[in-house]
Write a protein that binds this ligand. Structure first.
Ligand code: 4AD
Ligand code: MG
Length: 442
């Protein structure tokens, strides 16, 4: 229980998920009215405080008649402080209920828009009310899982000798191709919102050995798919002296760790989302690894014609991932469909030493990574070939001038990871306030 009190004369505040530890005590619970029903003499107030919901039982006579009447008509989402005794109740979800002795209405709500009767099934309506929709149990569960995934990500790297460095959000040039850049006016000159912190992570890796960046990332993607946001969070580890195989090992260990850590703490939330945790826990190492060449062959062998040299789209990824029940690592894509900074395979100059991790169940690419080109002249040629401004990359080229080493890393899209873990169809529910092609409100 916290030692703070709502008002000095109220018992100590207790969050709903802590109530089972306080059976027999009288506590204050602060929250919002989720639901209410009454049987004349008894009023059941379902209170939600973000950690859970509890049923508060109020007997007529426990409070003034006028207040009982007011509470019996209280609109959903009104905010409340309820004082009551915590009682064991096997039928309740948390195993406890509150026997109410006093109630204070903190904020009386207007009629709540997200309620039965209005077309709340329409996603556009819910998206327009995203600020209120967050209060729904599935949305709140998703945000708690997202928060836990962030911690799992940080814990994984922090406990393995990585230093967290932050990349800038204003950048002078493209990292992942010029077609998805958001341009902003930087005191009269063009600048771009970051598409990836990778190039900065590479610089930091040459100073610190093993680093990761974790922050907002922007893509002016004109894609209206269930996997694309224009603003999302990406975590990008980068490791000096790492080769492609090391990058793939790191990605595997990382994913397994996120899954087990998150399920360890969020099983109830995942089950609320109807996610089968045991199925997720089967995602153990090793994950299947195939080359792009093998993937193309598999596509064609499975009645899905695909030409060598193209990048995979969602339908191609879906066919491939259906052939496996774990995340699939596809390596060595044609260099022509990948970024300028990737190292070529010395055994086959047409392909890059890169890897995409495709999640099962149609969630598609969650990780993209590679070994980086470490040769100065090769990079100079690539910058020219990709029509990129060399001046903007001089600092990056310096990394090859002063003690170049093999190195590599990857980027994981946080929301795509959360969508897969939660089994959420559309990525927009996996970030508190999504930004998409046609959405910047609220
Ligand atoms: O494959 P991408 O473009 O790779 C990079 O940006 C590299 N520089 C990363 C690196 O090696 N350090 O993006 C990496 C991941 C994707 O696999 C996907 O999970 C996510 O970022 N992502 C998106 N997530 C949501 N909406 C979008 N529009 C996304 N674009 C990429
Ligand atoms: Mg990619």
């Amino acid at each position: 229980m916290t030692t703070t009190t709502a008002d000095s004369d109220l018992p100590a505040i207790c969050r709903v998920n802590q109530l089972p530890a306080h059976v027999g005590s009288t506590v204050t619970v602060q929250g919002w009215l989720n639901n209410r029903r009454s049987s004349g003499k008894l009023l059941f107030l379902q209170l939600r405080d973000g950690s859970g919901t509890v049923q508060a039982v109020l007997y007529k006579g426990a409070v003034e008649d006028s207040q009982f009447k007011e509470l019996d008509a209280l609109p959903q989402e009104s905010s409340l402080e309820i004082v009551g005794e915590v009682k064991e109740d096997a039928r309740s979800p948390g195993g406890v209920e509150l026997s109410v002795t006093a109630v204070r209405v903190v904020g009386l709500a207007e009629p709540y828009p997200i309620t039965k009767g209005v077309d709340t099934d329409s996603t556009a309506f819910l998206m327009d009310h995203r600020h209120l929709w967050l209060r729904s149990s599935r949305q709140a569960a998703t945000l708690r899982i997202r928060s836990r995934v962030i911690k799992a990500i940080r814990d994984f790297f922090d406990s393995d000798g990585f230093t967290c460095v932050d990349g800038p959000i204003f950048t002078p040039a493209a990292c992942e191709g010029t077609s998805t850049l958001f341009e902003v006016d930087y005191f009269g000159d063009p600048a771009y919102l970051t598409q990836s912190s990778q190039l900065y992570a590479e610089a930091a890796a040459m100073a610190l050995g093993k680093v990761y960046t974790f922050g907002p990332t922007f893509r002016a993607e004109k894609s209206k798919t269930r996997r694309h946001l224009t603003e999302f969070w990406m975590v990008e580890p980068e490791v000096a002296f790492a080769r492609l195989d090391d990058v793939m090992d790191l990605a595997e260990n990382f994913l397994v760790s996120i899954i087990s850590e998150t399920i360890g703490d969020c099983r109830a939330d995942l089950e609320l989302l109807d996610r089968d945790c045991d199925k997720l826990l089967k995602m153990v190492r090793p994950f299947p690894r195939i080359s792009y060449d093998e993937a193309v062959e598999m596509l064609n062998d499975n009645g899905h014609p695909f030409e060598w040299g193209n990048d995979f789209g969602a339908p191609d990824e879906e066919v491939l991932t259906k052939l496996f029940d774990k995340p699939l690592l596809v390596h060595r894509f044609p260099a022509q469909v990948k970024a300028f900074y990737m190292k070529r395979d010395p055994d086959d100059d047409r392909v890059a030493l890169c890897v995409d991790v495709l999640a099962p169940e149609g969630y598609g690419e969650i990780i993209g990574g590679s070994e980086r080109a470490d040769d100065l002249q090769f990079l100079l040629d690539q910058i020219k070939a990709h029509d990129l401004p060399q001046e903007a990359f001089e600092w990056y080229l310096d990394l090859r001038r002063y003690g170049t080493v093999p190195h590599g890393g990857f980027g994981l899209g946080l929301e795509r990871m959360v969508a897969w873990l939660c089994g959420t169809h559309h990525i927009r529910e996996c970030i508190p306030f999504p930004r998409m092609l046609h959405r910047i409100y609220p």
